[in-house]
Ligand binder design. Sequence first.
Ligand code: HEC
Ligand code: HEC
Ligand code: HEC
Ligand code: HEC
Ligand code: HEC
Ligand code: HEC
Ligand code: HEC
Ligand code: HEC
Length: 493
Amino acid sequence: MTQTRLDRIMFRVIGVAITAFCVTLSIGGCPTGATVTPAPDDGGDVGTDGTDGTGTDGTGTDGTGTDGTTAGNSGVTGKFVGAAVCAQCHPTPHAEWSETLHAEALTTLEGIGQGSNTNCLPCHTVGFGQEGGFVDRATTDALAGVQCENCHGAGADHVDDPLNEAVRPVIDISAQVCGACHTGSHHPTFEQWETALHAQINETVTADLLEGGSFVNNCGICHSGDVFYRINIRGEAVPEDAFVGLAAEDLTPVTCAICHDPHARTNNAAAPDAGRDFQLRFRQVASPTPSNTVEDVTNPQRFNLCGQCHHDRGRTWETTSRAPHHSNQANVYAGEMAIPDPETQQPLVLSRVSVHSFAVEQCATCHLYREDFQSEEAPAISGHTFQVNTAGCATSGCHPSSDQAAAALTTLQGEVQARLDNIASRLGDPATWEYVASGGPDDDGQAELSDEIKQIRFLYYYALVDGSLGVHNPDYIRDILEKAESLLTQAGR
Ligand code: HEC
Ligand code: HEC
Ligand code: HEC
Ligand code: HEC
Ligand code: HEC
Ligand code: HEC
Ligand code: HEC
Ligand code: HEC
């Protein structure tokens, strides 16, 4: 990565500024596709390090007015107090936050001469345009950048009376908090996230949470953002009746604050753009040694960010009630599957690490492909639909082009789908071999099934529920299919 952060920003801001001008000067339409370099606003010339603008708006980053103007806080008298005040009692989140790009959001604007562009300030400062909010460096420097109060709400009442629970700042892990700014054609992260299943909790789990059933501490850990946050992030226990009396829309799915730490740089991203961090809560890349014990395949600590939830639930070929859950992607990627008794049994299929596990950002290489804003016709791609984009296969350096990768994908998926269909048809009437929950024989009938049939259906489903039709680990999936095919022959089907 040779590009510096400022180079990249300078490249992008041309697009940003055009949009801003379109908003202000809507008469006459937008200069579509035109390369217009924005005139510097009164924030002055573009400084090389973003700190030495020569204008009148006090662009010194440290509030000391090194550029000849004095940054001050005479205007901070309203409901917003600024992060330095929160720091008095919450030193840890403050120290962490001050290292993030949120804290630098106004400096970023100043670095490109947009420090007083009123189109930009609402998302790059605290409360711009609101009573008591940011006005300029000279009067409200304490409210520069994205701060505590952008996400927690205005804090003056809380600071006056910290023990009063009625005026305590909210802790809100919903995506709307972040979506207030991470939105629009330059960074449509919220809109794209909303289209994915991460933005929903399926009906089965929702119904149980609202009824106060036993799913809370089981299914909830992966399917509910509230449960994941309270158990895995805050280390609290969640009672089964925690959601009784709420409506479906009050439940939090897999939101921004589940994958991202709102406060801190974490150094977990495998290949962040220059100067950035992405604030991922868990490491983006993990390469566990394949293991076939129930304990290991279900242990999130072995896996990467995505594998915190996209890991197997530990069913084996001896399980008769249900097929493996649809969450075994991290295990297929690692080339592993649980067996009933590793002490005495061999795995059905030898472990084999995926060729794709070497993709630079692992799951994100294919599922979170991103592209910067080019024009209103070619808005930014945030990657947060989590849908596979084969452009990521090309930019990772593994495939010569997106089209070539797409063609290879179609061929592989065609092969795997055809072999799965063939296995199902050789198994024959589902009433003779399926799991109880999928319309197979009842518990007594299950006891009659041969080990071979149980192994074949397990292998079949293990490959199917992964959902990638072979892509996550092509050779391992081929080995699984081959084993199922040879067991079918052995069973005379
Ligand atoms: C004078 C000390 C003081 C100041 C200043 C202060 N707080 Fe607090 N804050 C507290 C106390 C005390 C609590 C309650 C203690 C607890 O529950 O951890 C609290 C609780 C909170 C909580 C809820 C924490 C939880 O776990 O439920 C948040 C969020 C919060 N403060 C944010 C802020 C923000 C944002 C600011 C600045 C606008 C701020 N605080 C300024 C003392 C302060
Ligand atoms: C008030 C607007 C605003 C809100 C609210 C907001 N952000 Fe941001 N966020 C920004 C801006 C502006 C930047 C870019 C800062 C810069 O580069 O100078 C940014 C940058 C980021 C980055 C990139 C950090 C990096 O190192 O690459 C992440 C990740 C992020 N925000 C996550 C979140 C999450 C998660 C939430 C909600 C909990 C959130 N943001 C809420 C405005 C906001
Ligand atoms: C709707 C809220 C919003 C508005 C309005 C807004 N920004 Fe931002 N800006 C953001 C967010 C959110 C990010 C972080 C985007 C990300 O990392 O995906 C950001 C990031 C940036 C960055 C850093 C880009 C990078 O790749 O690191 C620059 C530069 C920037 N904005 C300039 C501007 C300018 C100039 C304007 C006004 C013309 C503006 N922004 C208006 C929300 C906003
Ligand atoms: C980008 C949005 C964002 C910003 C900026 C932010 N917070 Fe938070 N904060 C959150 C979210 C979301 C949570 C709940 C998730 C979590 O605990 O990580 C939270 C949790 C907290 C908590 C309770 C959990 C804990 O860690 O003790 C406190 C206290 C807190 N924030 C204080 C602050 C203070 C003080 C600042 C400024 C220095 C700040 N926050 C800046 C979004 C933000
Ligand atoms: C280890 C994390 C995890 C646990 C625990 C978990 N799930 Fe899931 N579940 C997932 C993931 C990840 C997917 C989505 C995979 C995909 O989209 O292919 C999923 C998919 C689903 C689906 C949609 C696919 C289908 O099977 O039709 C349903 C319904 C579901 N889960 C219900 C449940 C229920 C009910 C429980 C508890 C009894 C539960 N899950 C426990 C992670 C988990
Ligand atoms: C399921 C996990 C997950 C969720 C949910 C999620 N993100 Fe991300 N986000 C990621 C990962 C992983 C990356 C790093 C992508 C990469 O490596 O290219 C990322 C990157 C980012 C970035 C930096 C890259 C960029 O586009 O500028 C921002 C900003 C961001 N996310 C904001 C958000 C916001 C806002 C939300 C909620 C609307 C959100 N994320 C929800 C996993 C998630
Ligand atoms: C907190 C748990 C959690 C984490 C972390 C997580 N996911 Fe998911 N994921 C889920 C659940 C739950 C579903 C949907 C289950 C259902 O169908 O009800 C899902 C669904 C998906 C889907 C299907 C999306 C669709 O809209 O069709 C993809 C693809 C996916 N996740 C990829 C990822 C990737 C890549 C990461 C890491 C960047 C990740 N997930 C991290 C829980 C998680
Ligand atoms: C080499 C590219 C690649 C990598 C790396 C990758 N995936 Fe996939 N994934 C795919 C493809 C292709 C599909 C099939 C999507 C389709 O056909 O629409 C898929 C499907 C999925 C699905 C099922 C989606 C659905 O609609 O039900 C989930 C969930 C998923 N991947 C999660 C992950 C996780 C978690 C990781 C990391 C452990 C990962 N993927 C790594 C390419 C990849």
